[in-house]
Design a protein around this ligand. Sequence first.
Ligand SMILES: [Mg+2]
Length: 245
Amino acid sequence: MSGETLPPWPRRPALFLDFDGTLVEIVEHPSLATASPRLMALLPKLPGACGGAVAVITGRRIEDVDRILAPHSFFAAGVHGLERRGVGTITTCGVDAKLDEIRRRVEPFVAAHEGVWIEDKRLAFAVHYRSRPELEPDVHRFVAELERTAPRDVEILLGHKVFEVKPAAADKGRAIAAFMQEPPFAGRTPVFVGDDVTDEAGFRVVNALGGVSIKVGAGQTLARWRLADVSAVIAWLSESVNAAG
Ligand SMILES: [Mg+2]
């Protein structure tokens, strides 16, 4: 981990970007996230600096990211790789009933704690408790109990004041690996920037490919470089793109 050194910008980058906490600030409710003017000024410069190889890799639905970044749109993996816009959409099969079963067990917990709510992502769901941070120990205990009894092909991920329940068949690492097999990404050096636990799978894949893995903010990580916050990410990307251009 090089604490002070800015991450390197490869000669032929393929750029993979997490969304919340990386490109946009994390806000109380995901629907309130907005793209800053600095981000909107940067976005149109990215494809030209990366041979078109730019993808948003997010836990959100792709349509949600498109709405916030409009009129700009990129390759994308949504719901942690359960949907992917590149060469088509990956869908999952056989897990829906199990997700529903876990959701039925989560609902009473949510109902019992005001301010805790479920975000439905169709292929997965997230439970947010941002407005009740003091509940963290209760949430962690509840998740540990869920995990103990959850089917093997369902994954539960603890993030920043959220936990997500999703099919284990997809993650951000697999989404990045899939993009790297295809034009315009193939043959380029992957760069991945992310801030949360779900991004670790992406860092692992990017490290294995000899790429540039960048963690945003504090915390344990497999990433080899670190940037402080959303503002630092946008500043670094802007400088790198301008230097490359
Ligand atoms: Mg994030």
